[in-house]
Design a binder for this molecule. Structure first.
Ligand code: GTP
Ligand code: MG
Length: 182
């Protein structure tokens, strides 16, 4: 019998955040090693899968992409059910996308109803840190980390899907966090 097959786990990860922050781009970068500067809004929800090894564990990450534009059209509880990790994304250059995070968090808790909300694995990604013309950054790393700490030491990564900065690191942390969900 193939031992690794018995240890393989399917982990469901959900990405949430305002429209245009780069959710689809981060996934495309990680799963397909691609980046497209042209914006194409996600409609509805779809997932991408990626297999990786975490220590001796083979895992299949099933990463669900959602449409930021549909934030007030709830995706419904069925979509959130069985999630092992929830990743929030904001754009470090857009204050509004940071201020929306709390309502995304509430929406997830309301829909997914995790057994233990305090223990459920969440992550925050501050994307587009490559956009640096000296005054575009709107949300400081300190402010983002304070938000994470106020929600039970949520891990935080600053990323660039465009320049492939910290994307791999973030996804490894996502997989590890998802593995802790029982
Ligand atoms: P919705 O599907 O509407 O919810 O948006 P989204 O969060 O999936 O954003 P998407 O990945 O489509 O990216 C929006 C725009 O930002 C696109 O034009 C991307 O090319 C651009 N973008 C994404 N990530 C980065 C980044 O790290 N740096 C820069 N400079 N642009 C980025
Ligand atoms: Mg999208």
């Amino acid at each position: 019998m193939d031992v690794s097959a018995t240890k393989r786990r399917l982990l469901k990860v959900i990405f949430l955040g305002d429209s245009g922050v780069g959710k689809t781009s981060l996934m495309n970068r990680y799963v397909y090693k691609k980046f497209n500067l042209q914006y194409k809004a996600t409609i509805g929800a779809d997932f991408m899968t990626k297999e990786l090894r975490i220590d001796d564990q083979l895992v299949t990450l099933q990463v669900w992409d959602t449409a930021g534009q549909e934030r007030f059209q709830s995706l419904g509880a069925a979509f959130y059910r069985g999630a092992d990790c929830c990743v929030f994304v904001y754009d470090v250059n857009v204050t509004k996308s940071f201020e929306s995070l709390s309502s995304w968090h509430e929406e997830f808790l309301k829909q997914a109803e995790p057994a233990d909300p305090k223990a459920f694995p969440f992550l925050l990604l501050g994307n587009k840190i490559d956009v640096d013309d000296g005054h575009s950054r709107a949300v400081s790393e300190k402010r983002a980390r304070q938000w994470c700490d106020s929600r039970g030491s949520m891990p935080y990564f600053e990323t660039s899907a465009k320049q492939d900065y910290n994307v791999n690191e973030a996804f490894i942390c996502i997989a590890k966090a998802a593995l802790t969900n029982e």
